[in-house]
Design a binder for this molecule. Structure first.
Ligand SMILES: [Fe+2]
Length: 347
């Protein structure tokens, strides 16, 4: 496919707006196609430019990133892709818009479980799929995912759409650990323990706990940090204050985590600069800045989570490689439909 000149113009217009300061000494540039909001990654990009003199251009997209790079073809300006969730990293690889990178520094820095086995993507931060539990009504301070199907929780659990990628990631990890037959029974048990049909987003689960509607909710760790610090909608601080975090399976295999990550674009025109950016983002320094900004956990061995995130308690991540989880997403999605999880409790 040939390059669409219009898309280049659009890219130029967006990148003009997103240009980082201090680019007078710029030593080339790097183009970032991002599903992550520019304000979340800008502090990192500023730091990168300061250290290397390389200018960063961010093109933010909320959908169609893979299709866009594919349509731009060999002349795509995309150098790197920044995104969240194993579903989207896999989609980029399978969509043929990435290229493998075998970089010693990155491989040393990022644990193998958070890297594509063929080098097409790697994780920068992790987020735990945890349980928000009512501080007032839940005395337990430990839980397992398996237990969510136990009738002792009947009428007490809330969650968002079972087909959302965050839940599919978790259910795929259940398939990987226990097999499809077990997972089907488990999902059927979870369904009967729900208070209502799955709805809302992750923050809604904290809101429902605050309102006394539910006692347990499935959600990602970082939303608690976002709610606790939400000056725009301070009511979210009340929702956050009503819940504590239970890290499932801390006593055995560990808590399911998903990642935010990045990939080298297939036809990266500024490949050397792209690799420099990737090495920078994999460093402890950059991961600490990033994790602090997004309330996630850095994956590097010496980078630390923010104080707020550390305050949730210690996370022990499940060490199952993300590629194995991704391989079970389809079957997990079929099981969600098979048991009718999104219909809510039926007995
Ligand atoms: Fe999210």
């Amino acid at each position: 496919m040939t390059c669409n000149p219009l898309s280049r113009i659009a890219f130029g217009a967006v990148s003009m707006l997103a240009l980082t300061a201090g680019s007078a000494l710029a030593d080339g540039e790097v183009n970032i196609y991002s599903y992550r909001q520019p304000e979340l990654i800008q502090p990192l990009m500023d730091r990168f430019t300061e250290e290397t003199g390389i200018k960063t251009n961010i093109l933010f997209l909320d959908k169609g990133l893979v299709e866009r790079i594919a349509a731009e073809g060999a002349n795509s300006p995309a150098d790197v892709i920044l995104t969240v969730d194993i579903a989207r990293l896999t989609e980029a690889k399978e969509g043929g818009v990435t290229q493998p990178l075998n970089d010693e520094d990155i491989n040393k820095q990022i644990p193998a479980q958070y890297r594509d086995s063929e080098g097409n993507w790697f994780g920068l931060t992790t987020r735990g799929r945890v349980i928000y539990a009512s501080k007032d009504r839940v005395s337990e301070d430990a839980i397992t995912y398996e237990e969510l199907a136990d009738p002792k929780w009947k009428g007490r659990i809330c969650m968002r759409d079972g087909q959302h990628s965050y839940n599919i990631g978790l259910f795929a990890s259940m398939v990987a650990h226990h097999g499809a037959e077990y997972t089907e029974k488990w999902l059927a048990g979870l369904k009967q323990n729900l208070v209502k049909k799955p709805d809302g987003n992750d923050r809604s689960q904290a809101k429902a706990i605050f309102a006394g509607e539910c006692d347990l909710g499935l959600a990602n760790t970082y939303y608690l940090g976002l709610m606790k610090t939400n000056e725009k909608d301070p009511e979210e601080k009340d929702w956050a204050a009503a819940v504590k975090v239970l890290f499932p399976n801390s006593a055995d295999r560990g808590t399911h985590v998903n990642i935010s990550g990045m990939a080298l674009a297939k036809n990266a025109p500024n490949k050397d600069n792209a690799v420099k950016l990737m090495e920078f983002l994999a460093s402890d320094e950059a991961q600490t800045i990033y994790a602090e900004k997004v309330f996630e956990y850095p994956v590097g061995p010496h980078a630390k989570p923010s104080e707020i995130v550390a305050g949730f308690g210690a996370i022990k991540p499940d060490t199952l490689p993300l590629t194995e989880i991704a391989a079970n997403r389809k079957i997990a999605s079929e099981l969600v439909d098979k048991v009718g999880l999104n219909e809510g409790p039926t007995q």
